[in-house]
Write a protein that binds this ligand. Structure first.
Ligand code: SF4
Length: 263
């Protein structure tokens, strides 16, 4: 095993800025083989990734964290994507049901500190339970979302998962995403048509008004303090100088030293 640090990925990030999402997804499959998965919360951008995996026939599994308090529309979207795009979607669940968690810890999501604990137990821990199974995880963060995601890297490292994180849609604008959805008639979570710009747990997500920021519907009851759940490390402030341990030959392939990663 060798260390792959965030700093080593700077040049690759610059090169990837010129690549299309489809090229980046093919690069993932070629580089990581069977040890790559996509993570989707069954929102619009995740649906676009699912459609691309299907269209490109990449046979990359999709991981979905079901907190136990998702909207039924989200679960139905997961099932429809799996069925119609032929995807292998794996659902991860927390150790405790929400009822068990509330009995033990109280209603956590009603306070800023409690939200962090609840998101950690219901979103972050289920994902970390599969740490080591994949060397790369594909997400659907976009810089057009603004906030912490305004400068999100295309490729980064996630020390807790000991994996590389890739966001092939990082440079996709809202207009480009809507054009892709329209052109390919992508299956979408129906909540988007009901005013939800982003979609999470039913306890903590509401629709937004036309003049509100896109993430105004997340943790609305907590004010502007709790903007992210922590499942994406680049959303958080404490991801300084991280590195992961990967086989040297895989690091060589990622950095393009062993094979030409022309895509
Ligand atoms: S979004 Fe709300 S209910 Fe869902 S895990 Fe986070 S705090 Fe808990």
């Amino acid at each position: 095993m060798s260390r792959l640090s965030q700093a080593k990925l700077l040049d690759l990030n610059k090169a990837f800025d010129e690549r299309t999402p489809e090229e980046l997804l093919r690069w993932c499959r070629d580089t990581f083989g069977l040890r790559v998965a996509a993570i989707s919360a069954m929102q619009k951008a995740g649906s676009v990734i699912c459609h691309m995996l299907h269209r490109l026939k990449l046979d990359i599994p999709v991981v979905f964290v079901d907190t136990g308090v998702m909207y039924q529309e989200t679960l139905d979207t997961r099932d429809q994507l799996a069925r119609e795009y032929g995807l292998n979607i794996r659902t991860l669940t927390p150790r405790l049901t929400m009822t068990e968690q509330t009995a033990e810890f109280g209603v956590l999501y009603l306070s800023v500190e409690g939200q962090k604990q609840c998101c950690h137990m219901r979103k972050v821990e289920p994902l970390r339970a599969i740490a080591g199974e994949f060397d790369a995880l594909i997400g659907s963060l976009r810089r057009a979302e603004g906030g912490k995601r305004g400068g999100c890297p295309i490729i980064s490292v996630d020390p807790e998962m000991n994996a590389v994180r890739l966001n092939p849609l990082a440079n996709m604008t809202d207009e480009q995403m809507d054009a892709y959805v329209s052109e390919h008639n992508v299956i979408l979570n129906p909540l988007h048509a009901q005013g939800f710009t982003t979609i999470g747990c039913n306890r903590c997500t509401t629709p937004v008004l036309p003049n509100e920021p896109p993430r105004a519907g997340r943790w609305r009851h907590l004010g502007p303090w709790s903007m992210y759940c922590g499942i994406n490390p680049t959303d958080m402030d404490d991801s300084t100088a991280p590195a992961v341990d990967l086989p040297q030959d895989l690091i060589d392939r990622i950095l393009g030293q062993k094979t030409d990663f022309m895509i």
